[in-house]
Structures are given as structure tokens and as C-alpha cells.
Design a protein around this ligand. Structure first.
Ligand code: ADP
Ligand code: MG
Length: 689
């Protein structure tokens, strides 16, 4: 008999093959391990025929009381009628072999399973799966999450087959933990996940597997935290440059004052910078809360200690905005500034790279070009990553590795995506977190309205009124990768239509990702300067852009965006003291979930509350893309609903690593082995900041 290990591709299991493996992949199942940890949504009991309900997935057993064949336009149907003493039901088989027919003898006890549908006045099962040896032991049957082309019966059969082929399921947690936490051993847990004798044991099985998943996640976080804390730069006390910058800024913006929250986080950051251990901090603050200035003051502190600092942004438009903002100030306080983005000419890039290498440039702003271009630094000491959720974790690693000497740069990552605490523990468990929980004074909440397409003329009337009052407006079109061409066309067409029609007396610009660097810059500058009244744009403006006079935004096909994306987009307006308006436009017919999203955005301005709602609607995997963070994907545990288990595993994991950092103790070897085996592709993650 062939034995499989849990790493074997499901394709090689009996009854699978390449085609079914493809379908299983849609459920996130690649190897046998994934298959065996596919958690049933629930368990169904064997039913009595009299209790069957229309539409349910049911299993019943009964004796055959009648069989016959019927001829229809679709072909022959074989019909078997069963009775279990409480009622009768018909089973219809469209595909049957003569051999199969022979087995259905009068009075044979069989068990069938399938979806209950209606036929005439009676209930029926169409093509149910059949068992000729009804098992009394297995009273509960797993109901799986399914995708196209898969049935519960099929998955059960494959899993059962895997067990029967003598699969080897090794234990993956140390014995002392299994015993102390009263967990089921791995193999028993897996078996009882699929074929439990009671709901209680199914629960224990599931808990054991969730425990393991969260435990290893936290072990990785603990290892990374240890790795990060090892080495760091100790920046000098004092902040003369930051003070100079601030004074200059206040000269130009009389009355400017940091908010209390900005003050607090700046001290948290400065404290980290002056300490020996390396800073690895997440700065979280809703859109418009003023994270940029915090970043600038911190970078200046690094420069004051003789180091170079980097500010990395996810788009060129945002990088340029940061650059132009800094250019107003840094040269005047004697700090050399540079920019590196993909669309610069080779000569320009070469020049910048040269100056980074010699140390002439002290602060550089850029996009991922900073990583991709083979730029070297003289002594990179401080890294800020703006809108970090737009980057993959590996991009960060590569940037951090550009730090020189034995020292690793301090890292500040900034995000406007607010994270409920339970999740931030999971995903950023290794980062220290600072929160700006206050907006600069004088902001008015944005007024948001959801309108149907057929009312678009009313929208334009409203927009005109705003334009005539001297304000500017964004009109946003979604660009979805899969249909990029047609989407882009929609934006272009609307540009032509609007500039010839309703808005012919106004200046309109068009901005999208396909424009060349300089063209983008030109359009953006014209809008910033107020030469354009309207900017028709795609989501290239989603993050960071800050133009106070733009007080109005129309989002076309708003139903195609997610909650957090809508909130980010809307964050482009409402940045000054004037009242801002956001109008979401959608067709009349949209899905219920889209309706719920739009209603939510219409009624809520608080990014934190929106994030929670988003989480509810989408689930944590998609919300964050744990994968994007370089973390193992959570397949079983949901940290939102499992806060207690999360903190239990977290405490345990961090204790293990602090007592046995190299995992050398005999009892912990199994942890090391499991990491090297199952999580080996996550090891680079350990070095990520
Ligand atoms: P975000 O946190 O979204 O990156 P920004 O840093 O772009 O926000 O700041 C949003 C706007 O608020 C900018 O125009 C900025 O100049 C302004 N701002 C930041 N801090 C303050 C403050 N303390 N008082 C008034 N305006 C501020
Ligand atoms: Mg920003």
C-alpha cells in the first residue's frame, strides 16, 4: 500500500487527478495537509425521512421498497424508493450502469445522501451518493465550504480515501504543550475534524488545529521580534534640525500647531530612535490625521545624527507630492534632498544614485524604484514607508538590507488602515504601534451621498455649484485589472463627453496610470495650482494626495470598490476647513453586499469603525491579505472571534522563544522541525521589518 506524507499534492490521491486538483485549488487546497485541515462549516446528522426539509443536504437510510425505470425526453431515469418507517422518499439516478441497477434489491438497507428537492408533491434526492453498508457509528457528517464543481460527498470520499491509504500525520506540537493545554493529538484531531462521533469532539479537534495555526504564527512573530531587537542605531539626543524645520513651517503657516496625538507619537518615535534597540514601529492614523509631518521630523532627527533617510511611497504621484512639499523647506535648513522614481531618465537616476552613494543626498523620496534600481547608500539609517499596506513585506526587507555597517536602519511604517486590536496583535505582533487618534482642528466631517446613475444630472448641477464657488472636484473611475482596457476607455470617454457637454466652460484634466511620468506630473501640477477645475482620474490618486481646495469628489461605479478603498479615496477631500462632499454613484441594480457597503460609507466617516465593518463583510484573510505581510495565511482560526485563543498562544509562543531562543531544548525540537519544514518559505519574513 502506498503511504503519503501530508506534503504530497492532492492530485495523487485516489479519485483526484489534475482536473479535480484544479477545482480543489479554488478552495485553497494544494497538498494533503490543506485537504485534511479543511474545516467543515458544520456537521449534519442522519435524518429521519419524515423530518427532511426542502433544500437541505441530508443523509437518510432506509430499505428499498420499489425500483423502476422511466423513459423521458432526457433519457432513462432509474428510480429507487426508500422507506425508513417514518416516511418514503424517491431517489432519481440519471447516470447509472446496469451493474449498479442489479445491486438495488428489494428490502436492501442503504444509505443515501444529497440535496432534498421537490418532485410533484413529494420530496426527492437527485443522484444522491449511495452506501450499501450504512454505518451507525458515524452519525455526524461534515458539510464543507464548497466551490464550483465540488460536492460534500466527493470531498468526504477523498478524505476517507486518504485515511485508508495509510497517511502519516506527524505530531507538530511539543508534548508538554499538548498535555498542558488539554489538546487532542494531531492525528486524532484530524480524524475527528472530518468524522467525529460527537459535536463536542469535533469542537475539540477544531480547537486543537486553530491552536496550532495561531501558535506557529506567534512563534514566527516572536522570532522576528527577537531578530529585530538585536541590532539598532542609537541616534543622538536632540533635534535641532527638526526644530528648525518646524519654525520655518510656522513662519509660513502662522498658528500651525501639532495636535496632541502628533506630539505624543513623535516622542514615542524619538524615544525609540535614541535607544539601543532597533526601532520597528507602525504609525497608524486615519486619512488626513497628519502622519507626514511626523515622518519628516523623525527623518530630520536621523539626518542630524549623520545618517541618510528614505521616504518610500507606493505611487509616483505621492512620491512627487512629498518631494515638492519637502523641497519648500529642506534646502533652506541645509538638508540635501533627492527623488528617485521609475519614470526618471537614466541620466537623472544615475545622478541620484551617485549622490546617494557619496552621501550627498541626505533625504531621498521615492517609489519602489529605490529598491529595484541598484542604488547604494552611504549610510542609510532611517526608513519611512508611507501607506505600507500597499507594499509587500519583501519589498521592505530589500530596502532594509540596503542599510550598511553592522547596523540596521530604524523603520517607521505608516498606514491609514486602522486595525482592530485583535488583528494588529496578529499581524503586527512584532511591531510597536503608535496611533494618531485625532484629526487636526477645524476639519468638518465630509458629507457623503449615494446616488443612482439615472440621477447623474443632478450630481453635475451640484458639482457646478461647487466649481462656481471656486472649489475643485475629482471624478473617479474604477480601473479593475481584469478589464483595464474597457475601464480606461470609460474614463477617457467620460472625459471627452463632459468636457464637451456639461462642463464645457470649465477646465478638465485626465489622469491615469498609463500616462507618462511627466504628463502625470503636469496634470497633477495644473490641478494643484488651481488651473484645472475638475480632475477626472482613476484610483492613482487613492493614497496620500493632499489638495485642500478640492472639496468635492464624485466616485463613478462606486459599487465596484471595497469599503477601505472608498474611504481612502474619500480621504482626498475634506483636508481643509471648507465643507467637502463625496457623491457615490452606482447603477440602480447592484448586489446586496454592494448596497450594504455604500450605505456604510454614506453613514460613517470614522476609519476605525469602517475597518471593523469591512472586516465583518470580508473576513480577515481578504481584509488584510496576511500573505502580503509575509505571514502564513490563516486558514482555520479567525483572530477576530478567537481573541482568547490568540492571546493564549501568543503568550505561550513568546515564552518559548524567550526561554529557548534557538529552539535547542529537546522538548522544543519539534517546533524547530515544524518551522523548517512547514514554514520554511516564511524564514525570510523573519528578517523583514
Ligand atoms: P495623512 O495622515 O493622511 O498622511 P497628511 O500628513 O497628508 O495626512 O496631512 C493632511 C493635511 O493636514 C495636510 O495638508 C497637512 O499639512 C495638514 N496637517 C497636518 N498636521 C496638522 C496640524 N497639526 N494642524 C493643521 N493641519 C495639519
Ligand atoms: Mg499620507
Amino acid at each position: 500500500m502506498k503511504t503519503y506524507s501530508v506534503d504530497t499534492s492532492v492530485q495523487y490521491l485516489k479519485g483526484v487527478g489534475p482536473k479535480m486538483a484544479g477545482l480543489l485549488k479554488n478552495l485553497g487546497i494544494d497538498n494533503i495537509d490543506n485537504l485534511l485541515t479543511l474545516v467543515p462549516r458544520r456537521y449534519a446528522r442522519k435524518s429521519l425521512i419524515k423530518d427532511l426539509k426542502l433544500g437541505e443536504e441530508a443523509r437518510v437510510s432506509g430499505r428499498i421498497i420499489e425500483t423502476h425505470t422511466r423513459f423521458t425526453s432526457k433519457g432513462k431515469i432509474f428510480i429507487v424508493r426508500l422507506s425508513d418507517g417514518t416516511g418514503n422518499i424517491s431517489c432519481y439516478f440519471f447516470n447509472y450502469s446496469p451493474k449498479m441497477k442489479e445491486k438495488f434489491k428489494w428490502n436492501t438497507l442503504i444509505e443515501v445522501e444529497g440535496q432534498v428537492s421537490l418532485f410533484g408533491r413529494g420530496l426527492q434526492l437527485v443522484n444522491p451518493s449511495i452506501s450499501f453498508s450504512p454505518s451507525n457509528g458515524r452519525k455526524l457528517l461534515p458539510i464543507y465550504p464548497l466551490t464550483y464543481g465540488l460536492t460534500h460527498t466527493y470531498i468526504r470520499r477523498v478524505i476517507n480515501g486518504a485515511f485508508e491509504s495509510g497517511i502519516y500525520i506527524p505530531e507538530t506540537l511539543p508534548t508538554y504543550i499538548v498535555e498542558h493545554e488539554n489538546l487532542l493529538p494531531k492525528e486524532i484531531a484530524i480524524k475527528n475534524l472530518h468524522f467525529p462521533d460527537s459535536l463536542e469532539v469535533a469542537d475539540m479537534a477544531r480547537k486543537r488545529l486553530e491552536f496550532e495555526e495561531l501558535f506557529y504564527l506567534e512563534i514566527l512573530l516572536a522570532l522576528r521580534k527577537k531578530w529585530l531587537k538585536n541590532k539598532g542605531i542609537k541616534f543622538k539626543k536632540g533635534s535641532i534640525l527638526a526644530r528648525k524645520f518646524f519654525d520655518l513651517m510656522r513662519d509660513r503657516n502662522p498658528g500651525f500647531k501639532l495636535t496632541k496625538a502628533q506630539h505624543r507619537v513623535i516622542w514615542e518615535i524619538f524615544g525609540d530612535m535614541e535607544s539601543e534597540s532597533r526601532m520597528n514601529r507602525l504609525l497608524q492614523g486615519d486619512v488626513g490625521s497628519g502622519k507626514t509631518i511626523v515622518a519628516i521630523l523623525s527623518m530630520l532627527k536621523a539626518v542630524e545624527s549623520g545618517y541618510q533617510a528614505v521616504l518610500m511611497a507606493p505611487t509616483e504621484i505621492l512620491a512627487e507630492q512629498h518631494y515638492f512639499c519637502l523641497k519648500e523647506y529642506l534646502p533652506e535648513i541645509g538638508v540635501n534632498l533627492g527623488i528617485l522614481v521609475g519614470s526618471q531618465s537614466q541620466a537623472e537616476k544615475q545622478q541620484v544614485k551617485e549622490e546617494l552613494k557619496t552621501g550627498k543626498i541626505q533625504v531621498v523620496v521615492g517609489t519602489h524604484a529605490l529598491i529595484e534600481e541598484s542604488s547604494e547608500f552611504k549610510n542609510l539609517g532611517f526608513i519611512v514607508i508611507d501607506e505600507q499596506h500597499k507594499f509587500g513585506v519583501m519589498q521592505r526587507v530589500r530596502l532594509i538590507k540596503k542599510g550598511v555597517f553592522q547596523e540596521s536602519p530604524d523603520v517607521l511604517v505608516m498606514t491609514a488602515t486602522p486595525i482592530p486590536r485583535s488583528l494588529s496583535l496578529t499581524i503586527y505582533g512584532d511591531l510597536d504601534i503608535s496611533v494618531i487618534d485625532e484629526l487636526p482642528p477645524g476639519r468638518r466631517p465630509i458629507i457623503t451621498r449615494w446616488m443612482r446613475e439615472d440621477k447623474i444630472n443632478e450630481v453635475w448641477v451640484f458639482v457646478k455649484r461647487e466649481l462656481d464657488a471656486g472649489r475643485q472636484c475629482y471624478i473617479v473611475y474604477p480601473i479593475i485589472e481584469e478589464s483595464e482596457k474597457t475601464d480606461l476607455k470609460a474614463a477617457q470617454e467620460s472625459y471627452e463627453k463632459l468636457s464637451r457637454g456639461v462642463f464645457k466652460d470649465y477646465n478638465i484634466g485626465l489622469l491615469h496610470g498609463r500616462l507618462k511620468g511627466e504628463e502625470k506630473e503636469k496634470v497633477m501640477e495644473a490641478f494643484r495650482a488651481g488651473d484645472l477645475n475638475i480632475l477626472i482620474t482613476t484610483t492613482v490618486i487613492e493614497v496620500g494626495i493632499d489638495i485642500k481646495n478640492a472639496t468635492c469628489m464624485v466616485i463613478e461605479h462606486a459599487e465596484r470598490f471595497g469599503i477601505s478603498q472608498l474611504h481612502q479615496l474619500r480621504g482626498r477631500i475634506g483636508r481643509g476647513a471648507k465643507q467637502s462632499y463625496c457623491i457615490l454613484v452606482s447603477p440602480r441594480q447592484i448586489s446586496d453586499i454592494s448596497k450594504e457597503r455604500l450605505k456604510t460609507i454614506e453613514n460613517e466617516n470614522d476609519g476605525f469603525k469602517l475597518a471593523e465593518k469591512d472586516l465583518q463583510l470580508r473576513g480577515p484573510g481578504e481584509f488584510f491579505g496576511t500573505r502580503q505581510h509575509g505571514l502564513p495565511e490563516l486558514r482555520l482560526a479567525n483572530p477576530i472571534y478567537n481573541v482568547r485563543l490568540l492571546s493564549l498562544t501568543r503568550n505561550l509562543a513568546f515564552k518559548v522563544i524567550s526561554q529557548d531562543p534557538e529552539l535547542q531544548k529537546i522538548e522544543n525540537r519539534i517546533i524547530k522541525k515544524t518551522i523548517n519544514h512547514k514554514y520554511r518559505n516564511k524564514l525570510e519574513f523573519l528578517e523583514a521589518g
